[in-house]
Design a binder for this molecule. Structure first.
Ligand SMILES: Nc1nc2c([nH]c(=O)n2[C@H]2C[C@H](O)[C@@H](COP(=O)(O)OP(=O)(O)OP(=O)(O)O)O2)c(=O)[nH]1
Length: 189
């Protein structure tokens, strides 16, 4: 296991707001003539509007992260995925001004049915994994997404400052751990 950090790792004792959001991201992958590609969406509304991201969104009701990732990918781009075909690739915590803002489960998959199509929320586009438009994505993505697209696992904390909304706050620091065995720690759901 490797560990990298740009500051001392400090986890404040939880005095957490009950409003922390639980969300998912899903990265469908395919091989086109030997070129590895990832499906991203250009987000048309909500947090991160105008930026590229994986399909995903907030958990609803009693659904598991895996079920949420399947539902969001279907709603946003129309791909059908069997929950069992999702591979847990990451857990990301986004903090805003010291508070936990969003906890995000990251999945990837090579198994899906259908062709991606645009929706009100998202415009889908395939990118070669070595040509991902990081300049049009959340600033932290370049720190963890390459590892996810290479088949690694990550756990990260990303700290933003400057008040709401999160996508207008300033990225201020991070901790990132790689090569995490989610099955072994019972967190692959
Ligand atoms: N790649 C990336 N995604 C992020 C970051 N921060 C952050 O909240 N997200 C993700 C988590 C969620 O999937 C998504 C937030 O989406 P949202 O709150 O607008 O949810 P939504 O409206 O799209 O979803 P929903 O209402 O359909 O549930 O953005 C980040 O720094 N990088």
């Amino acid at each position: 296991m490797t560990f990298e950090a740009d500051t001392e790792r400090v986890y404040p004792v939880p005095d957490e707001p009950a409003t922390m959001i639980e969300a998912t991201l899903c990265f469908p992958l395919r091989d086109v003539g030997g070129t590895e590609e990832v499906l991203l969406i250009e987000k048309r509304r909500g947090l991160g509007e105008g930026w590229y991201n994986g399909p995903g969104g907030k958990l609803e009701g009693e659904e598991t992260p895996r079920e949420c990732a399947v539902r969001e990918t279907r709603e946003e781009v129309g791909l059908e995925i069997d929950p069992a075909d999702l591979e847990k690739a990451g857990e990301l915590e986004f903090r805003l001004d010291g508070d936990r803002h969003t906890f995000c489960h990251v999945f990837r998959t090579r198994q899906f049915a259908g062709e991606p199509h645009p929706s009100e929320e998202a415009y889908p586009e395939w990118f070669a994994v070595d040509d991902v438009p990081y300049d049009r994505m959340w600033e932290d993505d370049r720190l963890w997404l390459p590892a996810v697209l290479e088949g690694e696992t990550v756990v990260g904390e990303f700290r933003f400052v400057g008040g709401k909304p999160l996508d207008e706050a300033e990225f201020a620091g991070h901790d990132l751990e790689r090569d995490v065995d989610f099955d072994a720690i019972g967190r692959s759901r």
